[in-house]
Design a protein around this ligand. Structure first.
Ligand code: NAD
Length: 294
């Protein structure tokens, strides 16, 4: 029987645990606060940001969104980040990506104080995560996948994990987390220039796909019993939905499900875990700030 790795249910359990952490911090006089900076009116970004701040409020945390116009200048955006960097009630700062092309996103991410960089995209945090330093904020999607594998008792030691995609946001940090002492996996990272992708995916005990292409992975590309983690989020037109679209992953879910031993759905798999780890990182930031002040 194939297992569905249910990120919504796991998140519910984790968020109930985290609500206690928030209550303990509040009792010590600290309410963890996340500020999300949203530039422009991209509807997908607006939806992501709304779900992040809603999730904060549901846990008793402070969730704030700062909407800036599409044509905001780099200096104006930096001034907003400077203000949040200085604000003691703001423990986590997140600038929603993608940014409009005129804004240098790397410089913007580097402008966030590393202690408030709950997305884990600042080079200092990326480096700390790479060397396995516990002070690092690990990017939320890889952290959520690691937590899902751990809580679902999916063994990684000595297993061959094949990751499709090489992004800095998901795949590269995930590769380094999986190969570290503890998880102890053997990792193969593939990308758009990998010839004959199926040669690699068929070897996977655990297959993680983070590309953004519907049906990239078909049933003939996986071996029986594989554990499949589908990170992809693709909008496909759907007239039966009020929104006119539905979300699908990168994996041909119905067909691959027949072959796999466990698989994440889209939606309801990696997505909710990502937001849950953002909450966890914000609580960690609040705790670290509080410990320094105490
Ligand atoms: P990205 O766009 O930065 O990179 C995509 C990667 O896919 C690249 O490394 C590229 O080399 C690789 N690629 C492209 N075509 C390929 C092919 N034919 N074969 C093999 N590799 C190929 O990716 P990202 O930011 O990691 O996002 C990937 C997907 O994951 C997107 O759909 C995104 O929306 C989704 N995502 C979901 C979450 C979540 O919480 N569920 C979080 C982050 C990203």
């Amino acid at each position: 029987m194939v297992r569905t790795l249910d990120g919504t249910e796991l998140s519910r359990v984790m968020r109930a645990e985290m609500a206690q952490d928030v209550a303990a911090l509040q009792a010590a006089g600290v309410t963890p606060g996340l500020s999300v900076v949203l530039v422009g009116n991209n509807p997908a970004s607006q939806a992501y940001v709304a779900s992040k701040t809603r999730a904060c409020e549901a846990l008793g945390m402070r969730g704030q969104t700062l909407n800036l116009p599409e044509d905001v200048s780099k200096d104006e955006l930096f001034a907003v980040i400077d203000r949040l960097n200085q604000d003691p009630t703001v423990h986590g700062i997140l600038v929603q990506l993608p940014l409009p092309a005129h804004l240098p996103y790397k410089a913007v991410l580097e402008h966030i104080r590393p202690e408030k960089d709950v997305d884990g995209f600042h080079p200092l945090n990326a480096g700390l995560a790479f060397v396995g330093d516990p002070r690092a904020f690990v990017p939320c999607t890889p952290a959520g996948i690691m937590e899902m594998l751990r809580r679902e008792n999916v063994p990684t030691r000595g297993k061959h994990v094949v990751i499709v995609g090489r992004s800095l946001i998901v795949s590269k940090p995930l590769a380094s987390l999986l190969m570290a002492p503890g998880p102890d996996a053997t990792v193969t990272l593939t990308h758009r220039h990998t010839p004959d992708l199926a040669t690699y995916t068929r070897q996977a005990d655990i297959l993680i796909v983070a590309v953004g292409k519907q049906n990239l992975i078909t049933a003939d590309m996986v071996k029986p019993g594989v554990v499949v983690i589908d990170v992809g989020q693709n909008r496909v037109p759907d007239t039966s939905s009020d929104r006119g679209y539905r979300m699908v992953g990168d994996v041909d879910y119905d067909a691959v499900r027949q072959v796999a031993s466990a698989i994440t759905p889209v939606p309801g798999g990696v997505g909710p875990m990502t937001i849950t780890m953002l909450l966890a990182n914000t609580i960690q930031a609040a705790r670290q700030t509080h410990a320094k002040q105490a």
